[in-house]
Design a protein around this ligand. Structure first.
Ligand SMILES: Cc1cc2nc3c(=O)[nH]c(=O)nc-3n(C[C@H](O)[C@H](O)[C@H](O)COP(=O)(O)OP(=O)(O)OC[C@H]3O[C@@H](n4cnc5c(N)ncnc54)[C@H](O)[C@@H]3O)c2cc1C
Length: 534
């Protein structure tokens, strides 16, 4: 007979670990059960090729909530985020758009393409900063149920309503536009330079099965503006050692508060008695009892796999069956003999120095030369094919943290869009995986011609691989599309956005709950606070 716990958390991804750490900090006896041999889920670093450490899935951080960092003392447990200071968009004619922390150099750079855009850039940044600040309180709020008759439950909604009505006219209109428009249309209102709009619009399509011209993507654009690092709003960074370091810091924190973490411990099912969760059964048959069971898995697994559907209202089962969770992203990680030479980075333009251009390799390189490039990439995915010339977000982790690769060698992280989970002409197999890898390398070679000769090894993660390794259903990186119909009090389903489930003592805490995906720790924290309240 194993011992009994106050709470069992299913899944040791970053949200499961966050939830466990908060519960343990409050004095609860907590057990985390993780299916894999390491914690992190989509937040792991693995040495797939000897000497080369890959950020296998997620690669940059910004959205991790400052209160989580503070409350769980993550810096003490190894959280060290190094700044990612620039984004460069190489263009087919050898030119580039470079935006970095040197504000005036950025403006001068934009002026080469459009004096109007250079002028609008600051105002746009201020507007987005303001809008992100205005919307941000939602991230820390347990979604109220708008159909509730309980005035205490409706109070936060009323406060939020007042908050938005308090915006001046111009910001209120911008808010409505951000909630309804496509990122391309929204950016069209500000800028005329196509590659600039393409690169900015990319934040609106990351992880979604939508193109930059699809309505609703302007919200995702805003979602990615809500991050901050060390108090610097909107900044993105790279965790030393890769994103696995974030999971390790969270695990260290959880353990320091007394939580137990068991690896290689896949949960088969949640055990219920009289409509209440009383424990879990592991894949190997072992049963473990607890007063509370929390699932950090996506809504499909939480509701349709871990428990018997018969125990749930049929509307909830139907809502979760309809929950949009089709993946659209892939990841290609390359081990390189040395840095590739991007044509656009060879010749400084305007007043740029060679040094400034070289430093761009420590930032993001966006393969987004035009809006059409991204929209065409999406068109193929719409009809069940992966993009033959995808949008790619590249970083060189080894340029930011030299420990990521052997001396002189490099790792290259390529986030790829689009790769649909469901292919029109069959399933993802070895041949299709390699074909996707080839399409990514061929596209990169258009901008860095010699790259193919430098590749020592490559790892291609299709949406099916993402699902198989992390458990993220259909490879959706956010545990479900970040569309307006699946956010706030509708995430994951109307009536079940407050981390509870119809089964008493059975809770949810993954990215499929409010406020959604990305390395935020927000769902894990909010769920823990709700559990502790009850
Ligand atoms: C390719 C890719 C790139 C991304 N890039 C970024 C990025 O750069 N920045 C960013 O902020 N976000 C990024 N994301 C999104 C972000 O990583 C995820 O939204 C987030 O990590 C999800 O965390 P989670 O804890 O909610 O879920 P998960 O990470 O999915 O954790 C769930 C955990 O449960 C475990 N598990 C599954 N089934 C069982 C079971 N039956 N029993 C026990 N354990 C189980 C899994 O192994 C996993 O560890 C990316 C995601 C992907 C896939």
């Amino acid at each position: 007979m194993t011992e009994k716990y106050d709470a069992i958390v299913i899944g040791g991804g970053h949200n499961g670990l966050t939830c466990a750490a908060y519960l343990a900090k409050a004095g609860k006896k907590v057990l985390v059960l993780e299916r894999r041999h390491l914690v992190g889920g989509a937040t792991v670093t693995e040495e797939v090729i000897p000497g080369f450490k890959f950020t296998v899935f997620s690669y940059v951080v910004s959205l991790l909530r400052p209160e989580v960092i503070r409350d769980l003392q993550l810096s003490k447990h190894g959280l060290t985020v190094l700044p990612l200071e620039s984004t460069i968009t190489p263009l087919p004619d050898g030119d580039y758009i470079l935006r970095d922390s040197d504000h005036w150099a950025t403006i001068r750079n934009l002026k080469r393409f459009s004096a109007r855009d250079a002028e609008a850039y600051d105002e746009y940044s201020h507007t987005m900063y303001f809008m992100a600040k205005a919307v941000k309180p939602i991230l820390g709020l347990v979604p109220p149920d708008p159909t509730s008759l309980n005035p205490f439950e409706l109070m936060p909604l009323a406060r939020l309503g007042r908050h938005f009505l308090g915006l001046d006219e111009e910001h209120l209109y911008t808010f409505v536009k951000l909630m309804t428009m496509s990122s391309a249309d929204f950016l069209d209102e500000w800028f005329e330079c196509d590659p600039l709009k393409a690169t900015m619009s990319a934040s609106g399509i990351i992880g979604t099965f939508l193109g930059p011209r699809s309505p609703g993507t302007a919200y995702v654009l805003l979602h990615h503006y809500m991050g901050e690092i060390d108090g610097v709003f909107r900044a993105w960074g790279f965790q030393k050692g890769g994103t696995g370091g974030i999971a390790e810091a969270l695990a260290g924190s959880a353990r320091s508060f007394g939580a137990e973490i068991r690896l290689n411990a896949g949960v088969e099912t949640v055990i219920t008695k009289n409509g209440r969760a009383v424990g879990v059964a592991l894949v190997d048959g072992e049963e473990i009892r607890a007063d509370v069971v929390v699932s950090s898995l996506d809504p499909r697994r939480t509701f349709l796999q871990l428990v018997d559907r018969e125990e749930l209202p049929s509307e909830l089962v139907s809502d979760i069956e309809k929950f949009n969770i089709q993946g659209s992203s892939a990841k290609v990680n390359l081990a390189l003999d040395r840095l590739p030479e991007f044509t656009a980075l060879q010749t400084p333009r305007g007043t740029d120095s060679p040094l400034r251009l070289k430093a761009a390799l420590k930032g993001a390189i966006s393969i987004s030369p035009s809006l059409d490039h991204i929209e065409r990439a999406y068109d193929q995915a719409k009809y069940g094919q992966f993009s033959s010339r995808p949008y790619i977000d590249v970083i060189f982790p080894s340029m930011i943290d030299p420990d990521m690769a052997p001396p002189g060698k490099h790792v290259m992280s390529c986030f790829v869009q689009y790769a649909p989970y469901n292919l029109a002409d069959g399933n993802w197999d070895d041949a299709r995986r390699e074909a996707l890898g080839d399409a990514v390398v061929d596209t990169l070679a258009e901008f860095a011609p010699g790259i193919k000769d430098l590749i020592i090894g490559r790892q291609v993660m299709t949406p099916k691989d993402i699902e198989d390794v992390t458990g993220l259903s259909m490879g959706n990186i956010f545990q479900g599309e970040l569309s307006l119909s699946q956010l706030f009090f509708l995430r994951p389903a109307a009536g079940w956005a407050r981390f509870t489930t119809p089964i008493r003592s059975y809770y949810q805490c993954g990215s499929g709950t409010h406020p959604g995906g990305g390395i935020t720790g927000a769902p894990g924290r909010l769920a823990a606070l709700e559990i502790l309240k009850s």
